[in-house]
Design a binder for this molecule. Structure first.
Ligand code: GDP
Ligand code: MG
Length: 154
């Protein structure tokens, strides 16, 4: 079995309201990513401000915090080989208008401010583990062996 890593993924309030949780989760499951944590929750402002701290001061920041706290989100931790980068590839460009068809944002979104999903940035070293720590306690994550491991990995 190869080295795997965990990444943090979240269906945003627009994706939840539009009933896209199961379709999005299905893509990750079909790809072979292993769910090790999942939580349906509503973010408070403090959590939103921590999560999006890198964007503080930008013109879209206040609207982003308002939006992300406006309704429930579906947060999850996925584990797999190169998981952080592979999830970002499946999500597509930040702006759904530029995201390739076949990606989640390219298939389900039209507007930058309503782009359906968040995933840890693979270009930001350690962002995946930081975000997992922010949203999940260690005892909310499950270690388990998926029966198809030897069929997914060489
Ligand atoms: P991501 O990592 O692909 O989600 O993109 P960023 O880290 O650059 O931005 C975080 C989130 O802020 C994005 O997913 C968008 O929801 C939002 N966002 C980023 N840039 C803009 C912008 O120019 N306008 C608006 N309205 N929202 C933005
Ligand atoms: Mg980002």
């Amino acid at each position: 079995m190869p080295e795997t890593e965990r990444t943090f993924v979240m269906v945003k309030p627009d994706g939840v309201q539009r009933g896209l949780i199961s379709e999005i989760l299905e893509r990750f499951e079909n790809r072979g990513l292993k769910i090790v944590g999942a939580k349906f929750m509503q973010m408070d402002r403090e959590l939103a401000e921590q999560h999006y701290a890198e964007h503080e001061g930008k013109p879209f920041y206040e609207g982003l915090v308002d939006f992300i706290t406006s309704g429930p989100v579906f947060a999850m931790v996925l584990d797999g080989q190169d998981a952080t980068r592979q999830v970002r590839r499946m999500m597509g460009d930040t702006d759904p208008a530029e995201a390739a068809p076949g990606t989640i944002r390219g298939d389900y979104g039209l507007d930058l401010g309503r782009n359906v999903i968040h995933g840890s940035d693979h270009e930001d070293e350690g962002a995946n583990e930081r975000e997992i720590d922010l949203f999940f306690d260690e005892d909310e994550l499950v270690e388990w062996d998926k029966i198809d491991g030897s069929w997914l990995y060489e």
